[in-house]
Design a binder for this molecule. Structure first.
Ligand SMILES: NC(=O)C1=CN([C@@H]2O[C@H](COP(=O)(O)OP(=O)(O)OC[C@H]3O[C@@H](n4cnc5c(N)ncnc54)[C@H](OP(=O)(O)O)[C@@H]3O)[C@@H](O)[C@H]2O)[C@@H](O)CC1
Ligand SMILES: Nc1ncnc2c1ncn2[C@@H]1O[C@H](COP(=O)(O)OP(=O)(O)O)[C@@H](O)[C@H]1O
Length: 290
């Protein structure tokens, strides 16, 4: 995948485009009789740590629930991951996408091989502790910062921010040559663009504020890896579509979880969101709410 680097100091012209069910429908595909677990997509996670083993469990659950044919887990939380999801394979390195950094410090992410993965050719989803290790990525990379992490990434790479989120996400994406998913109540997804082109930024308004609960970002990172592994995107624009599709599914799953059993939305936990992802996938596959 060719990299595109813009001028980090230029203010790009940006068009914000809402990402909806039809966009997601064009990215996902249903399993067919010709499929096997490998053709369905293999996603690998090097996530979690002794301090945050739960992040690994949540990411693995998100990866399975979004439809990957096989999920590998390599890291410190194998016992917990297998207790929750015995389907997970804890050996092997061959994957269609990697997820790294959730539940890790920068040192944990370095020890887990982030640098080696970023130097490879398999797409990488860089979350939490892996974010500041992405300088000029070589692997096709999706970065998934929340607002605090986004500011830290910009500072670490000496990229000035304007305060306009759409402009800033396009600027950081162009400067780092990576897809950026800026997670908020309205999540923005930008792919690297040429400095002289208008940047298109996908926007997904998260359906329920109950999604603002610890660990939902870890679920999302696994889901993004899963959609990438299934789709095997050919370039940055498709990589961004995969990331936006996972954000859309995550938002729908959050809304389904928050209204499960009652019309009035209610509190949810991150695992509730992961458990509703298959229903969100079904909605998208049939092109809209059932
Ligand atoms: N069960 C598990 O294992 C879980 C594990 N987890 C793992 O924990 C690790 C730490 O992740 P984390 O996001 O809690 O801390 P971190 O990135 O250092 O941010 C700290 C500072 O940043 C800011 N800030 C934060 N959010 C912001 C926002 N939305 N919007 C704006 N600002 C925001 C805020 O700073 P302030 O604004 O207060 O100055 C805050 O004090 C990470 O590896 C993650 O994967 C979690 O996923 C939970 C479940
Ligand atoms: N007010 C809000 N309304 C809707 N969604 C939100 C809101 N605040 C955060 N979110 C979503 O919640 C998730 C939180 O992710 P993150 O900050 O990485 O949490 P964690 O690290 O605890 O997993 C993101 O998907 C984000 O878009």
């Amino acid at each position: 995948m060719a990299q595109t680097h813009g001028d980090a100091h230029a203010t790009p012209s940006v068009r914000v485009v809402p990402f909806g069910v039809q966009n997601a429908h064009a990215v996902l595909r249903a399993a067919t009789a010709a499929d096997d677990k490998y053709s369905r997509g293999v996603v690998g996670l090097r996530t979690g740590s002794v301090t945050y083993p739960g992040a690994a469990v949540l990411g693995v659950e998100g990866a399975w629930r979004a439809g990957a044919g096989l999920v590998r887990y390599r890291g410190d939380a194998s016992a917990l991951v297998l207790a929750r999801r015995p389907e997970t394979v804890t050996t092997g390195e061959r994957c269609d996408a990697w997820v790294i950094g959730s539940g890790q410090t920068i040192a944990d992410a370095e020890a887990a091989g982030t640098t080696e993965l970023l130097a490879g050719s398999v797409p990488v989803v860089a979350d939490a502790g892996a974010l500041e290790l992405v300088a000029v990525p070589h692997a096709p990379t999706v970065m998934t910062p929340h607002a605090g992490e986004f500011a830290r990434v910009a500072r670490a790479n000496e990229i000035g921010l304007t305060g306009d989120n759409a402009v800033d996400v396009a600027t950081v994406s162009a400067a780092l040559g990576a897809v950026i998913v800026l997670k908020r109540s309205r999540t923005l997804v930008a792919a690297p663009h040429r400095a002289d082109d208008q940047a298109e930024v996908w926007s997904i308004t998260v359906e329920t504020p109950w999604l603002s609960t610890a660990g939902t970002g870890d679920v999302l990172a696994g889901m993004i890896g899963s959609v990438i592994a299934q789709r095997r995107p050919a370039g940055f624009d498709e990589l961004a579509l995969c990331a936006a599709t996972a954000v859309f599914l995550h938002s729908r799953a959050g809304a389904l979880a928050a209204t499960h059993g009652s019309v009035t939305p209610h509190p949810i936990v991150a695992m509730d969101v992961a458990e509703m992802v298959p229903l969100a996938v079904a909605e998208v596959l049939c092109g809209g709410a059932e």
